[in-house]
Design a protein around this ligand. Structure first.
Ligand SMILES: [Zn+2]
Ligand SMILES: [Zn+2]
Length: 447
């Protein structure tokens, strides 16, 4: 509560100093805040796994319906589309994700999740909103309320979407395949934010150009020849072969990719064998590969295939290994002109020193699927860290728990206030432009 009061004071000061009348005022945010916060707590206590967000999407849909939006449910699975038409003008999309993660919450918060659910393989797993998608949903509902109550401040069509299955990078594509941009208006700009501990709560970060990484998930099966653990000469040991392959893969980043270019190859699991005295006949490796540039991505994926095959051949494996790229997404690209245009309204809403320029992130996200449909995108970062803890960590050279950690706990009141104020500022700015103006702006950006 102490923090909330501080935030309100800051907003009051900012509202007075803001020159633009379309900046959200402190009273506008304060009026919708209790409801948004209550929704956050409810969502945080009832997280749902990717593609299973049925209660979550129903809650979001009900709130948006009650605010006067035309709501369509079950778009691309559990996806929600909510439209508010307000005369001629551009169509602007704001997206939130719906899903949580199989993580056991250890934050100790009074509203911590103790939910467990069956995952897609039938395993019983803990579930937690460890990526902050609950913050995004709560902010969207607060923003939706302000936008519907202030239709004299903008014109055009506001399109709010709740996207399922972001964590398995499937939901955006599923919504597009289910007619997101044909059954509903195709947006002139798509907007999203993501909370994280890289910035203190109260701040937002803008990254013009490449925002995050290309991500590729690989499943590699190495085939050997099984047998008795006491008679290795009658076998081709896939565990030794897998170990050698993993070490060779590490030379791609250190020896093949040009120094300074981002590339990450992580072998996140190795599954092989059942018993100490049995040599199994195969081993499975799970990899994640991250890059910024398309040409580096191509180079790294080709090098992985080359090394995996050559190591198998060197070991005399009876079959060529199989390499399956089962999940992948492109880096999110922030239209640079759009990013520059939106800096001013964010500064007006939050204060000049609260809007920083950030380096690209290492994480990945399927918001790029919307951009791939020729929709210019603006994806920005929302500070989630408690400002004192953030400053202490910075001074000590340590880091706060990242997204997906069991300890990830955004400093809710300042982060959620800032999320709502930023979204309203960005949407009102874009919904005061003409579609032609926005088209001209992004066509002048060069990739
Ligand atoms: Zn995540
Ligand atoms: Zn996320």
């Amino acid at each position: 509560m102490r923090k909330m009061t501080q935030t309100l004071v800051i907003y009051t000061v900012l509202a007075l100093s803001a020159s633009s009348q379309i900046s959200p005022s402190s009273s506008e945010v304060a009026a919708v805040y209790p409801d948004a916060r209550a929704l956050y707590v409810d969502l945080h206590q009832h997280p749902e796994l990717s593609s299973h967000e049925t209660q979550t999407s129903a809650k979001l849909a009900a709130r948006l319906k009650s605010l006067g939006y035309e709501v369509t449910e079950r778009v691309g699975g559990t996806g929600v589309v909510a439209i508010l038409r307000n005369g001629a003008g551009p169509t602007i999309m704001l997206r939130t994700e719906l899903d949580a993660l199989p993580v056991e919450e250890k934050t100790g918060l009074p509203y911590a999740s103790n939910v467990r659910a069956k995952d897609d393989t039938g395993r019983d797993v803990p579930v937690m909103h460890a990526c902050g998608h609950d913050v995004h949903m709560a902010a969207m509902v607060g923003t939706a309320a302000i936008m519907s109550q202030s239709r004299n401040t903008w014109h055009g069509t506001l399109m709010l979407i709740g996207q399922p299955a972001e964590e398995i990078i499937r939901g955006a594509e599923a919504m597009i395949k289910d007619g997101l941009f044909t059954r509903f208006p195709k947006p002139d700009v798509a907007v999203a934010l993501h909370v994280g501990n890289e910035l203190p709560a109260g701040q937002v970060g803008i990254t013009p150009g490449i925002y995050d990484t290309n991500a590729d998930s690989l499943r590699i099966t190495i085939y050997g020849k099984g047998g008795h653990g006491s008679m290795p000469h009658t076998t081709v040991d896939p565990i030794v072969l897998a170990a050698r392959t993993i070490l060779s893969l590490q030379t791609i980043v250190s020896r093949e990719v040009k120094p300074g270019e981002l590339s990450v190859i992580t072998v996140g699991y190795i599954h092989a064998g059942t018993k100490n005295n049995i040599i199994p006949d195969q081993a499975e490796l799970g990899l994640t590969v991250r890059t910024y540039k398309a040409e580096i991505r191509k180079q790294v994926l080709a090098a992985i295939a080359r090394i995996v095959k050559a190591e198998a051949e060197a070991a005399g494996a009876p079959r060529e290994p199989s390499i399956e790229r089962y999940e992948f997404t492109d880096a999110v690209y922030n239209d640079p002109n759009l990013a520059e245009r939106l800096r001013a309204p964010l500064q007006a809403a939050l204060g000049k020193d609260k809007v920083v320029t950030e380096e690209p992130q290492k994480a990945s996200e399927d918001f790029s699927a919307f951009i791939a449909q020729a929709v210019p995108g603006f994806y920005f970062s929302l500070g989630g860290a408690n400002p004192e803890k953030w400053a202490q960590a910075k001074a000590a050279g340590t880091t706060l728990p990242s997204n997906h950690s069991a300890l990830f706990a955004p400093d809710l009141d300042p982060a959620l206030h800032t999320a709502i104020a930023s979204e309203v500022a960005v949407l009102r700015n874009l919904l005061n432009a003409s579609p032609e103006e926005l088209r001209r702006l992004s066509s002048q950006s060069s990739r």
